[in-house]
Ligand binder design. Sequence first.
Ligand code: CP
Length: 310
Amino acid sequence: MKHLLATDGLDADTATAVLDTAEELKHVLLGREVKKLPTLRGRTVVTMFYEASTRTRVSFEIAGKWMSADVINVSASGSSVGKGESLRDTALTLAAAGADCVIVRHPASGAAHRLAGWLTEAGTSVVNAGDGTHEHPTQALLDAATLRERLGDIAGRRIAIVGDVLHSRVARSNVHLLTTLGAEVVLVAPPTLLPAHVDRWPVTVSHTLDAELPGLDAVMMLRVQAERMHGGFFPSAREYSIAYGLSEARLRALPEHAVVLHPGPMLRGMEIASAVADSQRAAITQQVANGVHVRMAVLYHLLAHEEEVA
Ligand code: CP
């Protein structure tokens, strides 16, 4: 059985193979008017999103279509989930209907692992497109692809992940992948937005963004996830923005070569100034573009390459 559920446990060779495939696919498609490869003809990919998404959902759909797979999108509101059907029954229904791969986003951490357990027997692959506050492995892979393009190599680079680490599946997946690929990761956040077990992660922790900026090769800004903070959050939005927002002054404090990442969606004026997000130093649209090639590569390794990714 072949799935991509997490970057925790994904070895460097496998991650590098996916990144190399993505780079090759990008090169092959560059400048082509018709972006269509026959690789996954006859395969069926189903996206099943129980949470909102723009980038992940659209790029998986484009990735599947560019590889000639049949892509079907299922959302909680437009399916029998709305009538009370369980995740398990929905998944088994999709597998019985002929899905070769199910791409799932779900608010519950661990949902993708549960799905993989139920679909193993049917031979259907599962890709985690974000489960609660747990993991978002394809986001980390597309971030790594972008860092490779901008910096050449990830090993030995110092990368800060800044902001709401507590609620961020993007942060978790990036911590695992970037450290596996040899980067030094520093988490920069107020104590209230760090997970309790952060001391078990292979990272250093800082509460002072200004002190970190001059030594960085890349800075990854995170969205403050108000939807997961039911009692509000501390510090206040204004205090947070002053202490942790990437302003134009802070951009100037970074080394010239340092790259700015954000997984999106961005809260402009909160965690990142508009002028910074739109600057040449930011790789935000490049991340989105790479997301298509990385997701093509993941589908290729799961459905065409016949090897286990994680
Ligand atoms: N980065 C990301 O997962 O964006 P979406 O929620 O739009 O998919």
